[in-house]
Design a protein. Sequence first.
Length: 634
Amino acid sequence: MFRYFLANNSYLCRMIQSLVRQRELLRLEYEYEREQFQRQTEAMGVERKIRRGLCWFPLGVGRSYYNSLDQLVVEVYNGNPQPDNEHQFEPGKPVCFFEQDGSEMLRYMKFVAQVSYVEEDRMVVVIPTTDALQQVQNAMRLGVQLYLDEYTYRQMFAALDQVINAQKGRLAELRDIVHTSAPTHKFTFSPVRFPWLNPSQEQAVNEVLWAKDVAVVHGPPGTGKTTTLVEAIYETLRRENQVLVCAQSNMAVDWISEKLADRGVSVLRIGNPTRVTDKMLGYTYERQFENHPRYTDLWTLRREIRRMYESRKDASNNFHQKIARLRDRCTELEMTITADLFAEARVISCTLTGSANHLLVGHHFGTLFIDEAAQALEAACWIAIQKADRVVLAGDHRQLPPTIKCPEALKGGLNHTLMQTLTETKPQCVSLLTIQYRMSEGIMQFPNQEFYDGKLESAPEVKYRGILDWDTAIDWIDTPDEPEYMEQQAGDGLSRQNPAEAQLTLQTLREYFDKIGKDRILHERLDVGIISPYRGQVGLLRRMLRHDAYWKPFRSLITINTIDGFQGQERDIIVISMVRNNDEGEVGFLRDLRRMNVAITRARMKILLIGHRATLSRHPFYRHLMQYVRGLEV
């Protein structure tokens, strides 16, 4: 018994040390990001911030109003849109406003606002006070830029502290299951049949239903991970009244929420959806709140409070008593409406950070589902796990990892996710989806061998499909050994580009289009993704495409973006510009093989790879890829 205690205690010590180490790495990442923010605020010029998608300037100001949550918001417009640059503003992100004076100096306003909604060149921003709104409205040359997201870091630090210090209770049990040899437990009942799912999907859903503690659904590209997860959630709701569904990004939360809504599930979306379609708006807390029968009464009370403040002549006790009574009534109505909305919802959906929203204080769930778990920091996952008795993670740790900016934190393993840990420590809890419905066999087999131990199979309907007869699934176009094809730094100094290779990329696609035929491309709506790992090359390709009349009929069918921008998407044809061409054989960013896995697996029927063989072949992965492509050509 004593020997068992020592062994168990040793496990606990290592576990706590691991979590403390993770907290230290998170602190390094936070400090690095804070320093970067201060540097870009103080030293980086406005034009450079604009090119990097961090800033809009000059800014137009539209109407201001109070939204359904009684938040003061203002509409702003980008007066200098950059068609070749993607901005990085997203709902929920903090921003700061600034004014440029006649000497070109920037004066930052001393308040932090938050993005409520954003589209291409228009944002709705939550403003903290009426005084702050006046500053924005009265500014002569106004701009807005992203602000350091300290709220998310505070929530992650707090969650890690809770996990580290947990002595007993469900949180401590889940922590021990994840980080020690503590066993997992299962329910025992006969498997449920799902004739519309394939065998691996059906098994995964049943494993989720059987799990008492944790389950992992590993969904490689095209294997129907979302379909499987929706089915698992739907079936879980036959046994539980309500579940919490989270993901790292707003886009991923919206996607799974929409699929659940399509199944007739009542969803309450907490937070700020990125894709605010009319359909998704109907499921947001804000829209449901203002559609509640009692909202009219609440709106009338709020209007009366504002009218009293605007028209008051003194600050008598009677005035303050009236205001206090009205505010109490507002609070009572808000609580009633919110309680009704939560009582009617079967699924509460939000980002991992959004699970710390004040609306969810005091709520606990039987099951938490985390989609795209392989892209989330472990600390972010623990924010939501605190609210649940069991956890289901879905994703693919062989694709995009979390983005880590601090080199030291990255080297220390901060990007090692909770999903990766569970696949290593609790492989019995992992269900691999094995049948993919996206790629032809020729495309699938390379990532299958490199990343999935040869366990994937192509569904019969996609196995042999292609665009042209006697066509190879992947072509490698070698860039010439000429000086003009050497890589160079992009204009912002933070990325890379290769103008000659960009021209070759579009020329190669044009030749392939000519083989297919213009009429067929337009009639069948064959869509294309042009991908580069480097943002500088993406901007270059966009400019070239826009200024070439040949592409005008096809522009709606072609998307140009980074690998990260293509996560979760697919296209008939994928063109990849690798950029790197140097004498040292340095591949830099391309060493992240999980990103290349994403790039390759976006294609349904054809991949055109453009890259310098001599540079890339010095890395074993790309050498294997070249050998594989040569094998297809035989």
